[in-house]
Write a protein that binds this ligand. Structure first.
Ligand code: IPM
Ligand code: MG
Length: 384
């Protein structure tokens, strides 16, 4: 093995990614475009079907949107646009995380509702989620989890464009010897997610933000993350900012004595990814949680779970739970200025899932199908 050759190539690669990441930070600081949904004559909602159970649960969300936004669609205030081509087959065929024409279609919309897409393990084809978050600069991944009976009301603000993800497909390997990945924390990238978390806390009467890192080990990146969050916290003197390490916070979420004290969490990308699955499980499973990916110009809403290929292989697609997509739909409606419709949907979901429970989804044939559940949900909304 010509080790020197690999080392030289890796050093060169490191120089170029370093320069690229510096440029990304500078661009973040200088370029800002804001969308004010209230001022748009028409809001275009792009719907991406994705892979595995994706097309099944996204079809249910599309029906739900057609139902809830019937008048607005008729008046031309809202357009629902189906975006084809964000499938693993098409992405492999183009060898692109998001093929160019699909990305152009996505960018022509104002907001996106996205079903799960398959993410390959290994290789160099980047995840479609990660690419979309980057291309649309969706820096705040907001994941609410609430279990009223357990006094749990959490809002996770996961940094969504950098950390372990930004160069996750561009690590270095010396065959049979070692592999290196990169984690990047930038000033502007951290300040903007911190501001989003503290603004949310302020606007929603929350008094506490937990800054969750592993700054005792990841000293540079997480150290910076924590430090900058505290700097931003100074503008919010009414809110307490507390440092926590991700390991103990993971334990705290299942510690019944302390967990209801937490309100808002701000954390780097990978920790946010992991802990929000745990939080969603406490709420009833990853199928029950929605996720908002917010930028200044665009926003994308999705389920927090993956495309569940196993369910398709086992012929259980019809039993897939569309609830997480409905939660994402609720968040989207709120974001684009239809808070009243979002409230109604939330109320109907609570009624169907927690009170009436006429149709219960189990993911298997002993439970309801996604179609049955969404019909039931729409009937419930109609009666309200
Ligand atoms: C999520 C998912 C994605 C992520 C995957 C599918 C790339 O787990 O949205 O949490 O890791 O961010
Ligand atoms: Mg995840």
């Amino acid at each position: 093995m010509d080790e020197k050759k690999y080392v030289d190539a890796a050093v060169e690669q490191f120089r170029s990614i370093l320069e690229e990441q510096i440029a990304r930070e500078r661009k973040m600081e200088s370029e800002k475009k804001y969308t004010d949904y209230k001022k748009l004559d028409k809001i275009i909602i792009g719907i991406c079907g994705g892979d595995g159970i994706g097309p099944i649960i996204s079809a249910e969300s599309e029906r739900l949107l057609e139902f809830i936004l019937k008048d607005e669609i008729a008046k031309g205030k809202i357009e629902l646009r189906t975006i084809e081509g964000l499938t693993i087959e098409n992405r492999i065929a183009h060898n692109k995380a998001i093929p160019d024409d699909v990305l152009a279609e996505i960018k022509a919309c104002n907001v996106i509702l996205k079903a799960p897409t398959t993410t390959l393990k290994g290789g160099t084809l980047e995840s479609a989620n990660v690419a979309m978050r980057r291309e649309l600069d969706l820096y705040a991944n907001v994941r609410p989890v609430a279990v009223p009976d357990l006094d749990i009301d959490w809002a996770f603000f996961r940094e969504n464009t950098e950390g372990e993800y930004v160069l996750g497909s561009r690590g270095v390997e010396i065959p049979d010897t070692l592999a290196f990945d990169f984690k990047v924390t930038t000033n502007e990238g951290t300040k903007r997610i911190a501001r989003a978390a503290f603004e949310y806390a302020r606007n929603n009467g929350k008094t506490n933000v937990a800054i969750v890192t592993k700054a005792n080990i990841m000293k540079k990146t997480d150290g910076k993350f924590s430090e900058l969050c505290h700097e931003v916290a100074k503008d919010y003197p009414e809110i307490t900012a507390e440092d926590w390490y991700i390991d103990i916070m993971t334990a705290n979420l299942v510690n019944e004595r302390v967990r209801s004290n937490f309100q808002v969490f701000v954390l780097p990308n990978l920790y946010g990814d992991i802990i929000t699955d745990e939080a969603a499980q406490i709420q009833g499973g990853v199928g029950t949680a929605g996720s908002a990916n917010l930028g200044d110009e665009y926003a994308m809403f999705e389920a927090i779970h993956g495309s569940a290929p196993r369910m398709i292989e086992q012929g259980r697609g019809a039993y897939a739970n569309p609830t997480s997509m409905f939660k994402a739909t609720e968040m989207m409606l709120r974001h684009i200025g239809f808070a009243d419709k979002a409230d109604k949907l939330a109320k109907a979901m609570y009624h169907c899932l927690e009170v009436d429970k006429k149709y219960v989804i189990t993911g298997r044939s002993d439970g309801a199908t996604g179609r049955e559940f969404s019909d039931y949900l729409m009937e419930t909304i109609e009666k309200m």
